[in-house]
Ligand binder design. Sequence first.
Ligand code: BTN
Length: 269
Amino acid sequence: MSAGGREGLTHWEGEPVTLLEALLEVPRVEAWGELSSTNDRARTLAVAGAPGWTVVLAEEQTRGRGRSGSRWESPAGVGLWVSILLRAPGVARDGLVSILAGLALARAVEAEAGLPAGLKWPNDLWVDGRKAAGILCETEGDAVAVGIGVNVRQGVEALSAELRSRAGSLESAGGRRVSRLGLLRSVVRELRRFVDPPPAGLDDELLNEWRRRDVLLGRRVRVAGIVGRAAGLDPRGYLVLDTDGGESRPVAGGHVEIIERRPPGPAGE
Ligand code: BTN
């Protein structure tokens, strides 16, 4: 097995890759020592006809990317850098899958790291007031590569100066060992619950689940040129802003700038 001339790993986290397929109950797992980006590889596999729930792992990404073209620091061995290929009908249609992936990741982090997870729309995960994980969903035809990056065991000193004040990792927040394999199993299991089959929208239960972890709730924010108080999500997964003019404005996408901070909650700032 090779991609870009490199050989794949036979083991990941001490387990044979073939056993990982059984453990995760997925048709295919690829693990690489180094990839440019697991999303690139998952998209290549999507074009080549790989089945849904193909999982691509890398110990290190040389060109890991985040939303809006940003760089995602992905050094060797300290994080979970993974892409999960989804092919469920309708899953590529809208942004809902990234909201569902965020909920799945939050559940997994809480279960495996024992830490309260905050969610910042659309798909940042915070622990202890710092961003510890992010999700980048990219469509390829009717498939979606759900790219998940979790900082698991970086000490703050291992983060670039640019990230040091606002990023963190699960182990530095919780002070205990977190299993990358446990986290991966949990993410795949929770994501399967959410997208197999994909829901038409977020029901009250899912909306409430987001709300419990919503680090923006009640804060004054600016997104897509609109200023308002964040009032949760609507069933499409849009962020709802209550504007000063008394309007309720759903926003489909964009970077959220927090204008007004509030005292720390369990996982927020
Ligand atoms: C963000 O917060 O901006 C999203 C970060 C997503 C990073 C993950 S790591 C695995 C996958 N491969 C990538 O190149 N990006 C995603």
